[in-house]
Design a protein around this ligand. Structure first.
Ligand SMILES: Nc1ncnc2c1ncn2[C@@H]1O[C@H](COP(=O)(O)OP(=O)(O)OP(=O)(O)O)[C@@H](O)[C@H]1O
Length: 617
């Protein structure tokens, strides 16, 4: 920048003299030229009147949708700048101030009034200024003191950023104004962060019904507002974008409706989905390598933008996130439920992996409740708990007299019962090989033919499957069909065992509270919390949950739980008992009068695990 005082540069500019190179920032000089070209006078200007209350009210109403989404970011911005006496201003796409927070005590009365809601700060009305100029540029700008076109605004410094929807529509401006010497790079960065945050939320809402391709140089930044985001319709046409994506790919807003997935990603959408599912993959563009992830559209209920223009996210937390909180006793890996939801809504089978007792079944219930099929049936079939000879009939139903012992009137079968809803195939790894082929056919054709013949019926079911087995090993050992595995296992969701999860003691405290511990004043001592952290919990959440319920039943209100309250079997955690063999299991079953649930409970395992072990011998 030139060392000439700004007053001298202004004089030269207005007297038509050539300015030294770089004497004012390019965007400011261009703006001055635009204003001069419009014949605006820097000294005297007839300014438009402030909008009346009704006019302002209707502008605020028109902008209510994005304003509500933007509110958290604007409030946070205000919190971070208020102590320095700055004000935060929000204007619509015409430059009319919709909201102003803070008190511009630093300004003369006239300017103070000019920064109030209802005032017009368009560049062609008020000359170079951050609000109006950001709107012209569609991006960020800082205007300091005498860089303002109007002389009367020289005591003011402003930094602003334009908000652009994922469809490229200019929505408005967020601005921070203050005294020139106090407003610097920090405020500029804060405004830009707020803009990114608002645009990210807009993308979440307005591009929810599209396939989303996210990319970033580093997989770790794939969920941050800085990652590139592109939205494609079912035909692979680009319909939405954020600025990071456009600038990384050398595109601009006119690319919307024109650019295609295949051209940008080097393969069709279907190809990408079948190869990578929603897993992370590499994306090469213009010699640059990115980590990328393709996310299917979200459910219409969550994606729907109501007629009043106020998106659901503006009213409450995202439904999926809210449900994660309710479902889980401790934090599950980030976005696991949401990913499951997206797969489900895109009609991709959801495969859930995890050891016994990690909460797979609970997870499926939460998935169902969070899905667009929450009002339709969730039909569970435990492939390990049904005798091999009956699974087929159970799944596909049968016609009257199809086999000896068949009910007279036949049975619809679980698949048809799940029509319109979700079929949950628990312990899929234990499904007999003969049935795997039939299931695969149903998954492909969605046609169910009952045993004993009869007319095939089309079913509309979403499939969720779970297993504690390593299906890849099962495939290698020839026990699980590779084609079925590839059909189901695009993107398995793994629920971690308790020993791999964050703070198990915190999870225990949550569970204790859920079971009434908080109400009864029963708490964990530090020593017990420490034990809980170190214990390997082979039975995972089931084991921990059962233990806490038992302890609660045994102690008085107000008890501080210590390791002394633990049953002896738990005090020596490392010495695991060998698993009972088949004859022991059979004996146990007999002892419980053939009640498998009771026998399983006695062993501290689930009914399906009990059956599985029985079958394995
Ligand atoms: N999110 C949770 N919050 C509280 N408790 C849970 C949660 N998930 C699981 N549990 C506890 O663990 C038990 C087992 O959960 P679930 O049946 O979902 O596990 P699973 O992984 O399906 O087990 P398995 O493979 O043995 O059938 C539940 O009955 C409950 O006591």
């Amino acid at each position: 920048m030139s060392s000439l005082p700004l007053a001298e540069i202004r004089r030269r500019f207005f007297e038509g003299e050539t300015l030294p190179d770089n004497s004012v920032p390019g965007p400011i000089l261009h703006s001055w030229r635009r204003c001069l070209g419009l014949g605006l006078s820097a000294a005297r200007l007839r300014l438009p009147d402030k909008l009346d209350a009704a006019g302002l009210g209707s502008r605020q109403q028109e902008n209510a949708g994005w304003l509500q989404l933007a509110r958290p970011a604007i409030d946070a911005l205000f919190d971070s700048v208020v102590d320095d006496g700055h004000v935060v201003i929000v204007a619509d796409r015409h430059g009319v101030i919709l909201d102003q927070m803070g008190h511009p005590a630093f300004l003369d009365r006239a300017e103070r009034v000019a920064l109030l809601p209802g005032m017009d700060w368009r560049e062609d009305v008020r000359g170079t200024n951050a609000i109006g100029t950001a709107l012209v540029l569609g991006g960020p700008v800082r205007v300091r003191g005498s860089e303002h076109y109007l002389e009367r605004n020289r005591q003011l410094s402003c930094t602003a950023g334009a908000i652009v929807s994922p469809q490229g529509e200019l929505l408005g401006v967020v601005d921070v104004s203050g005294l020139p010497r106090k407003l610097g790079d920090a405020q500029q960065q804060q405004v830009q962060a707020a803009v990114r945050h608002i645009e990210q939320r807009l993308f979440d809402e307005q591009a929810a019904t599209l396939f989303e391709l996210r990319f970033a140089p580093d997989a770790a930044t794939l969920t941050t507002p800085r990652c590139g985001r592109l939205g494609f319709d079912d035909d692979g046409v680009l319909r939405a974008a954020n600025r990071a994506a456009l600038s990384a790919l050398g595109l601009d807003w006119p690319a919307l409706g024109v650019s295609r997935f295949a051209a940008l990603a080097g393969q069709s959408l279907e190809h990408w989905l079948s190869r990578h599912g929603i897993g992370t993959a590499s994306l090469r563009h213009g010699g640059q390598l990115y980590s990328a992830q393709l996310l299917p559209p979200r459910p219409p209920a969550a994606a729907h933008m109501p007629a009043d223009g106020v998106p659901p996210a503006a009213r409450a937390a995202r439904p999926a996130d809210a449900k994660v909180g309710r479902h889980d006793a401790g934090a599950l890996p980030d976005g696991l439920l949401q990913r499951g939801q997206r797969l489900l809504e895109a009609d991709i089978p959801v495969l859930i992996l995890g050891e016994t007792g990690v909460g797979k079944e609970r997870f499926v219930q939460a998935l169902h409740a969070a899905s667009s099929r929450a009002g339709a049936p969730l039909v569970a079939v435990n492939c390990a708990a049904i005798p091999e000879g009956l699974i087929e009939a159970e799944l596909f139903g049968y016609e009257e007299g199809a086999f000896t012992g068949a009910r007279k009137q036949g049975a619809r079968g679980r698949l048809r019962e799940a029509d319109g809803g979700i079929l949950f195939l628990d312990e899929i790894g234990d499904m007999p090989a003969s049935l795997q082929a039939r299931l695969l056919r149903v998954l492909q054709e969605r046609l169910v033919v009952p045993l004993g013949g009869g007319i095939g019926q089309k079913v509309d079911v979403r499939i969720v499957a779970a297993t504690h087995r390593n299906l890849e090993h099962e495939v290698a050992a020839g026990r699980f069909r590779a084609d079925l595995y590839y059909r189901l296992g695009h993107y398995p969701l793994r629920l971690p065992p308790l020993r791999e999860r964050g703070d198990v003691a915190q999870i225990a405290a949550n569970l204790l509270a859920q079971h009434g511990g908080a109400r009864r004043g029963v708490t964990l001592s530090a020593a017990l919390a420490d034990f809980i952290r170190r214990y390997p919990w082979p039975g995972n959440l089931r084991q921990l949950d059962n233990l806490l319920k038992t302890l609660l039943a045994l102690v008085d209100d107000g008890t501080l739980l210590t390791p002394a309250h633990l049953p002896d079997t738990l005090r020596e955690p490392q010495q695991a008992e060998p698993a009972p063999d088949n004859s022991q299991l059979t004996r146990l079953l007999q002892q419980h009068g053939g009640n498998a649930s009771a026998a399983a409970r006695a062993l501290g395992i689930s009914r399906s695990t009990f059956y599985r072990r029985l079958r394995q011998g």
